[in-house]
Design a protein around this ligand. Structure first.
Ligand SMILES: [Zn+2]
Ligand SMILES: [Zn+2]
Length: 270
């Protein structure tokens, strides 16, 4: 029954308003609107609803399929992330272990250099201590001989005593200097860590930082001057400097800063 006209049945359908109405409503409130009988309108609308339903049903099925695909994608993403996370962990762990190995190797080199240097220092200390004792004995013997002996006693011992005193002086290279000078330290304290030098590869990881006992000694460095013979102003020229340490051995590492000044041959201008 119509809410506005309880005595009348709802038999009509106003299409523009989308409402079921009674005869009175059709003539009054819906005057001029295209009203049809409910039976006919229902028939027409049932058709379009079936069409719409046919179109909507596959959408729902597609949505189900796509939801499933999304769930699979989610699982694959999780799996992929977890695999990559594991790869990162493995890489970093392995890198860390290569670095730790590098650290052990460097510390070992420092230890070896320390032992070798200290061994040489202790050796030289011992040698020098023996020499000190020898010299003290020779000196005091000679002093006694000079102050307390008769001429005959002095003369009978003078040759070996002089030899002995002479040997004391030559051992420390007095006058001549040289590599066997007992008084000069034969080992340098030079030991450096060069952090930017490449240290090769370990398990495919590039490592940096080397230990060196070499220190550059400019008087042993050589410049290839042949390539500079024909050099002209404002022209690029290349040459090679060989860096060496105090023992004349070529440096095994790079990274030394080499500064050279070039003068004109015939004038004092630079
Ligand atoms: Zn009505
Ligand atoms: Zn209407």
């Amino acid at each position: 029954m119509c809410p506005s006209h309880p005595e009348l049945e709802l038999q009509l359908f106003c299409a523009p308003c989308g409402q079921v109405v009674c005869r009175e409503c059709c003539l009054l409130a819906h005057r001029g609107h295209a009203c049809d009988t409910a039976v006919r309108a229902a028939d027409v609308y049932a058709h379009s609803m079936r069409d719409a339903l046919e179109r909507a049903r596959p959408v729902a099925e597609d949505a189900v399929v796509n939801l499933d695909r999304l769930r699979h994608l989610e699982q694959r993403i999780e799996l992929q992330c977890s695999q990559v996370r594991d790869e990162v962990d493995q890489f970093i762990d392995s890198y860390i272990s290569a670095l730790e190995e590098h650290r052990r190797s460097l510390q070992m080199q420092v230890q070896e250099a320390r032992e070798s240097k200290l061994r040489m220092v202790h050796g030289q200390q011992l040698e020098l201590e023996r020499h000190l004792e020898d010299t003290r004995n020779a000196v005091s013997f000679a002093e006694n001989l000079l102050s307390e002996s008769s001429d005959i006693e002095l003369l009978s011992l003078v040759v070996p005593v002089l030899h002995r005193l002479e040997r004391c002086c030559t051992a420390v290279g007095s006058g001549g200097g040289g590599a066997n000078n007992l008084l000069e330290p034969r080992v340098s304290e030079c030991l450096q860590f060069l952090r930017s030098e490449t240290a090769g590869k370990l398990k495919d990881y590039s490592l940096f930082g080397i230990i060196t006992t070499q220190t550059i000694s400019h008087q042993y460095c050589t410049l290839n001057i042949e390539s500079l013979m024909d050099v002209c102003q404002h022209q690029k020229a290349e040459t090679m400097v060989v860096t060496r340490d105090a023992d004349g051995r070529p440096l095994r590492h790079g990274g030394e800063k080499v500064v050279a000044e070039v003068w004109y041959k015939d004038t004092s201008h630079r």
